[in-house]
Design a binder for this molecule. Structure first.
Ligand code: NAD
Length: 491
């Protein structure tokens, strides 16, 4: 196996898998293994959950919010310090542009700071009851031990969405990144130790579906938060149901990006390009269905196609590259199959159909545009998670909303218009966790993010994210000093 071998973090100890097995970390730009990660066994998962439980019961649950905030701020400082190094590592692991991955590390830091701000402000409330002799108040308590399982497309950012609120709320965690991009999460272990988090508060195990399955089914969990595909989301929801614990599921999407004729066309076309070709379309929020009003339809299709053809593919570490390779071989093959099926489906292939030969054996897919896509066809219904755009014409706003909402998903959406009334009218009617107006792919630590329908449930970022990791305890105290009738309810 190639070096260097990375180590997991269990109970404050850097460790290999119990059976010594490893998985390769492959650079999608040249298809070469550049490192190795432990392939954790169920015994490793047991040890990690036990370490988290011990750390929670024996100390972390009573650590004051002000101290948790201090540690989160320190972690954010360390992420900012190491953003460029981690960005290069993440790009080497998943092929995304280094300017995107470095930005995501800084955005992760912003999220740790945002939730640090809440850590010492998590109070309950006092509640007046019908009887003045009863005192009632609530405590906002940490849930306990949370499993945090992430996908390969944005490891640092996806983890921050979960880890920051979980720690701010006082939980201990077991993290499992994707086997396709674990390196930065394993590097984060060093920063967690350097920041001064006590051993066992954050545990990190690596491995594939078997490791993820052992973790998500573990009876020692109080919460589980998952980012990934719909089928895995279903398996995790089923495991959570068995354990009777709440789950947060951030799954896929087939998000509509709607361009009205009155929109500023240059901005809208740029938004369409950002929506589907940034990060090679490998984002859950990809605006993969471009809905364009019929009066400007051909113009917009031509403009998007022209921009798509001009995108510079290449080394994700080079500053002038606009799209890197897609993240791994199986994913490359899935995207190619979707493109071939699209070509055979009757949709108009506008650009990007031919496979791209790469000098480096990298997994490159050309920016691809299909027009006149039937919203009932697989091209419009199934997530490709790659640089493949389906353009669909519409007549009026009602038509746009009808097509947009005719989907199994409900994650994100975009509206391009200069008509204020129409913008609000459409925003109210879209079935989606996020609506962007005259922008696309904007993110903020303060703004809640998540989906509905097949895109999952629960929210990350914003105040809402904290509630995923807190539980409410109600305390009721009888101040009357009287002995009450045991056979009637005290109110
Ligand atoms: P995936 O479901 O294959 O894997 C995600 C994670 O789950 C990995 O860590 C994997 O090892 C683990 N896993 C796999 N099988 C498991 C099982 N049976 N039990 C428990 N864990 C298991 O997804 P992926 O291919 O890594 O990611 C792509 C998907 O993620 C896309 O569908 C995309 O839309 C989605 N995604 C969603 C968001 C969001 O916030 N909504 C963000 C990014 C990606």
């Amino acid at each position: 196996m190639t070096t260097p071998s990375h180590r997991m973090l269990i109970g404050g100890v850097r460790t290999a898998a119990a059976n010594g097995r490893e998985l390769p970390a492959v650079n999608p730009y040249d298809a070469r293994a550049f490192a190795a990660i432990p392939d954790a066994t169920p015994a490793d998962v047991d040890a990690a959950v036990a370490a988290a439980r011990t750390a929670f019961e024996e100390g972390w649950r009573r650590v004051p919010g002000v101290r948790r905030a201090e540690l989160l701020h320190r972690l954010a400082d360390l992420l900012d310090r190491d953003a460029e190094r981690l960005g290069v590592l993440e790009s080497t692991d998943n092929g995304k542009l280094v300017r995107e991955t470095t930005g995501q590390v800084r955005f992760a830091a912003r999220n740790y700071r945002f939730f640090a701000g809440y850590a010492d402000k998590l109070g309950g409330r006092t509640i007046p009851l019908d009887s003045p002799d009863m005192l009632d108040y609530t405590l906002a308590e940490p849930a306990g031990v949370a499993a945090l399982i992430t996908a390969w497309n944005s490891p640092m950012q996806l983890l921050a969405n979960k880890l920051a609120p979980a720690l701010a709320a006082g939980n201990c965690v077991v993290v499992k990144p994707s086997e396709h991009a674990s390196i930065t999460t394993l590097e984060l272990a060093d920063l967690i130790e350097e920041a001064g988090f006590p051993p066992g508060v954050v545990n990190i195990v690596t491995g594939g579906p078997q490791t993820g399955g052992a973790l998500s089914a573990h009876p020692g969990l109080d919460r589980i938060s998952f980012t990934g595909s719909v089928p895995t989301g279903r398996a995790i929801a089923a495991a959570a149901a068995q354990n009777l614990i709440p789950a947060t599921l951030e799954l896929g999407g087939k998000s509509p990006n709607i361009v009205f004729a009155d929109a500023d066309q240059d901005r809208a076309v740029t938004g369409a390009v950002a929506g589907i070709f940034a990060a090679g379309g490998q984002t859950c929020i990809a605006g993969s269905r471009l809905l364009v009003q019929d009066t400007v339809y051909e113009q917009v299709v031509d403009a998007v196609a022209e921009r798509a053809r001009a995108i510079r593919l290449g080394d994700p570490l080079a500053s002038d590259t606009q799209m890197g390779p897609v993240a791994n071989r199986p994913h490359y093959e899935r995207i190619r199959a979707a493109v071939d099926a699209g070509a055979a489906s009757g949709a108009r292939a506008v650009t990007g159909l031919d496979p791209l030969e790469s000098d480096t054996d990298g997994y490159f897919v050309r920016p691809t545009v299909f027009a006149d896509v039937d919203n009932a066809s697989p091209l419009a219904r199934e997530e490709v998670f790659g640089p493949v755009l389906s353009v669909i014409p519409f007549g009026d706003a009602e038509d746009a909303v009808r097509i947009a909402n005719d989907s199994e998903f409900g994650l994100a959406s975009g509206v391009w218009t200069n008509d204020l009334t129409r913008a609000h009218w459409v925003a109210q009617r879209l079935v989606a966790g996020t609506v962007w107006v005259n922008t696309y792919r904007a993110s903020a630590a303060q703004a809640p993010f998540g989906g509905t329908r097949g895109s999952g449930y629960g929210r990350e970022r914003g105040l809402e994210a904290l509630h995923e990791y807190l539980t409410t305890k109600n305390v009721m105290i009888d101040l009357s000093g009287e002995t009450s009738d045991p056979f009637s309810i005290r109110t």
